[in-house]
Design a protein around this ligand. Structure first.
Ligand code: KE4
Length: 426
């Protein structure tokens, strides 16, 4: 019997390319029919056929408090009564700007936008405007949204679909983007030796989450910082995913590296369309209307999104929030690793704050090349088997996973029981 989900997907392909509004949702790499969700509450989501799942995607990172947190919902309900948008300054924008500048030490000034892509696109333009240079450095497997200059050997959906360098990006634009290997310190030193004074910016995910989870090797980020300082290049930490996900001071606080610019998104909007870029005052002062670098947005700083973000940012500051999140996350990754080992399955996992990586390989990957050695068939088999048990992981081997404060012992234990059943029948 065709499920409602299947009917909806067939129908949606009539009106939406691939039936989805973002490629990574299409289940292309895992196969099968994407799930149409109707409702979410806490750690759970329900699909169109009313099947429930424990959700480890959390809308790709924003839902650090879980779905429909009462205090976030209340903040949105209160805000909408006063109108949806003004296209003019509001006090809420000032409050969240002040809060972001307080929580993230490297951010002296910040500009709000509506998506992570807007944040990274604007940060790159700002770095080019500030330095008067064109060349940017990015890393293979890192994804920074779909701006032309950054869709070169990108991760996430681009990698999932096997088109890391998209059609439609002109060769001229791509020629200013140099791609290096993540964690390749020697490659960094070489490229700066060659082009140092031409490099406007280096943009990096300080913890990579778009080629699955890959953490920086000791020295990688500090070498980046030293070389950018030496050559007058802008160091951009793309913390759209890691911002307030890996800790209250973001990845830059964990690794104690101060970037020149930081991009944020996901968690800061609490599930609503909101992102931001910010950093050194002297760089941010180059932005219109006071500087020559133009950047704008009709719904930038939208009061509904800002209030959802403020409610979220207040709750993650509660003492012990990240300790509990990391403990829960570790319980999941250590538990999965233990069960896989019990049945002799080549599998490993790691966690950092509220994000995790699952890998069908014998040890934790530290580079794009090592991620590509993961057994994708096993991942796909695991993904669908766990889905049948009511556990929803990211539908791609090139995505990180996320736990929320709504994931309790109950959800972790249910997940590990499901994994026991799946791996025992491997
Ligand atoms: P958005 O434009 O999708 O809001 O943000 C782009 C972006 C920028 N930087 C980083 C580090 C990101 O992870 C993202 C977006 N992440 C993907 C998931 N890995 C979004 C999911 C999707 O494309 O549908």
């Amino acid at each position: 019997m065709t499920s409602l989900n299947q009917k909806l997907f067939e129908f949606s392909q009539e009106y939406i390319p691939g039936g989805v509004n973002s490629p990574v949702r299409a289940f292309k790499s895992v196969g099968g029919v994407p799930i149409f969700f109707r409702r979410g509450k806490g750690a759970y989501v329900w699909d169109a056929d009313n099947n429930s799942y424990i959700d480890y995607v959390g809308s790709w990172g924003p839902l650090i408090l879980g779905h429909a947190h009462p205090k976030v919902i209340k903040a949105v309900q209160t805000a909408v009564k006063n109108g949806l948008t003004f296209g003019a300054p509001t006090e809420a924008e000032l409050e969240i700007a002040q809060l972001l500048c307080t929580l993230v030490p490297s951010i002296e000034q910040v500009r709000l936008v509506s998506s992570g892509t807007e944040a990274t696109m604007s940060a790159i333009r700002l770095a080019r405007g500030y330095t008067g240079r064109n060349r940017i450095i990015k890393f293979e497997g890192c994804y920074h949204g779909h701006d032309d200059a950054l869709l070169v050997k990108a991760g996430s959906g681009a990698l999932t679909l096997g088109c890391p360098s998209s059609a439609g990006v002109s060769a001229e634009i791509a020629s200013y983007t140099t791609v290096l290997d993540y964690n390749d310190q020697d490659g960094l030193e070489k490229i700066f030796g060659q082009f140092g004074e031409e490099i406007a910016a280096v943009i990096v995910e300080p913890v990579a989450g778009n080629m699955n989870l890959v953490t920086p090797k000791p020295g990688f980020l500090s070498t980046l910082r030293e070389l950018c300082t030496k050559h007058g290049s802008v160091l951009v930490f793309d913390e759209v995913m890691t911002g307030f996900r890996v800790g209250l001071k973001c990845a830059q606080g964990i690794y104690n590296i101060k970037p020149d610019l930081t991009t944020l998104g996901k968690v800061i909007g609490g599930g609503m369309p909101m992102a931001a870029f910010g950093g050194r005052r002297d760089i941010m002062q180059c932005l219109a209307p006071i500087g020559p670098v133009y950047q704008a947005g009709t719904l930038s700083g939208n009061p509904i999104a800002v209030n959802a973000g403020l409610a979220t940012l207040r709750l993650i500051q509660v003492s012990g929030f990240y300790k509990k999140l990391a403990t829960r996350n570790l319980q999941l990754t250590e538990g999965l690793t233990k069960v896989a080992k019990k049945y002799g399955i080549t599998f490993c996992a790691q966690s950092l704050g509220g994000m995790f990586g699952l890998y069908f390989r014998s040890n934790i990957p530290t580079s794009y090349a090592e991620v590509m050695e993961c057994d994708r068939k096993s991942f796909n088999r695991f993904f669908h088997a766990m889905l049948r048990e009511g556990i929803y992981f990211a539908p791609s081997p090139f995505e990180a996973g996320f736990v929320s404060s709504a994931h309790s012992n109950k959800e972790i234990n249910s997940t590990l029981s499901a994994a026991e059943k799946v791996f025992s029948n491997w």
